[in-house]
Design a protein. Structure first.
Length: 108
């Protein structure tokens, strides 16, 4: 009797995200953007996206609806923001899920 090793395959599962958050269009100009809004999609339920100036001032916070946030380029008082670089932060409660920056190019 001879022992012959037999290799066996054991699958190893790796988590692959099914959805990747996108911020578009970048640069953002509400005049030319589809639906005149900056979009952040692929968001979890009940998340919030906050927009900040370079100096860290809160511009606006928008709650997720249907996995997406749409921001019209206006601050909390309804005035158009100035052209420049802005930061965003995606949060679910106190947990930060993502952050980044984008360019606002408003020609008004």
């Amino acid at each position: 009797m001879t022992n012959t090793p037999t290799p066996t395959f054991t699958p190893t599962w790796t988590f692959t995200p099914t959805c990747v958050t996108h911020v578009w269009p970048d640069p953002f100009n509400p005049i030319y953007a589809f639906d005149q809004a900056l979009k952040v999609d692929c968001l979890p339920d009940n998340s919030t996206v906050s927009f900040y100036t370079v100096s860290g001032e809160l511009v606006a916070s928008v709650g997720e609806v249907g996995g997406r946030v749409e921001w019209k380029g206006k601050n909390q008082t309804g005035a158009w923001v100035s052209p420049g670089v802005y930061y965003y932060m995606i949060q679910l409660g106190s947990q930060v899920l993502g952050k980044g920056k984008f360019l606002v190019a408003i020609n008004q």
